[in-house]
Design a protein around this ligand. Structure first.
Ligand code: E4P
Length: 219
């Protein structure tokens, strides 16, 4: 399973990339706005730091506008993935992008039928929102399991990119569902390697190590 970092914070991206933990990055208009910086500048910087897909989202609601944004974004860097929300004109643009060899990420997916439409349009990635589904009282990862099953049945090339991840359990559930990718906020990524028993175990090993014979071992 691939991990993307779900942020536009370049310092966080740099840190996770240096640790070798991420395969790509996703952004959205809210994350870009939070940086207080210019969209193009942030996206270019992210592409310089990460050697993998970087999703940058379009905001137009009409086909011509989406395509204008898609062409502009695709020129920024070869790793740009044009992120397009699901609605009819968006799907039309996804189909056109696929024909032109522009990678797309269809976002704001909340149902298996939306995922099916995005895959049929030729999306590179399809992004169901686990956390926002949970907020409505529906178990997001169960819906994601259905999407993965459908994609497998029809051998779609589109990859299921689980978004709106709120905690480590979402990552486990997405992995069990067979999702191809999770896009994870920095705080959740940091929590993945943590376990209280690991901390207790480490403390005990280090305490015992102080009493061990080391014979010139460098630590
Ligand atoms: C990423 O592709 C999505 O835009 C993001 O995961 C949404 O997360 P949120 O529901 O926490 O805003």
């Amino acid at each position: 399973m691939k991990f993307f970092l779900d942020t536009a914070d370049v310092a966080e991206i740099r840190h996770a990339a240096a640790l070798g933990l991420i395969d790509g990055v996703t952004t959205n208009p809210s994350l870009i706005a939070r940086t207080g910086r210019s969209f193009g500048e942030v996206i270019r910087e992210i592409c310089d730091v990460v050697d993998g897909p970087v999703s940058a989202e379009t905001v137009s609601r009409d086909y011509a506008g989406i395509m204008r944004e898609a062409h502009h974004l695709a020129k920024i860097h070869k790793n740009i993935v044009v992120k397009i929300p699901i609605f009819d004109e968006g799907l039309q643009a996804v189909r056109r992008c696929a024909a032109e060899g522009i990678h797309t990420n269809v976002t704001l997916i909340f149902s298996p039928n939306q995922a099916l439409l995005a895959a049929k349009a030729g999306a590179t990635f399809v992004s169901p929102f686990a956390g926002r589904l949970d907020d409505t009282g529906i178990v997001g990862t169960q819906v994601i399991r259905q999407m993965v099953d459908i994609f497998r049945t029809y051998a779609f090339k589109s990859e299921v990119l689980v978004a709106s991840i709120r905690d480590p359990l979402h990552v486990t559930e997405a992995a069990l569902a067979g999702a191809h990718i999770c896009t994870i906020p920095p705080a959740v990524l940091k929590a993945l390697s943590k376990h209280p028993l690991t901390d207790i175990g480490l403390e005990k090993f280090l305490a015992d190590w102080k009493t061990a014979k080391k014979d010139g071992f460098p630590v």
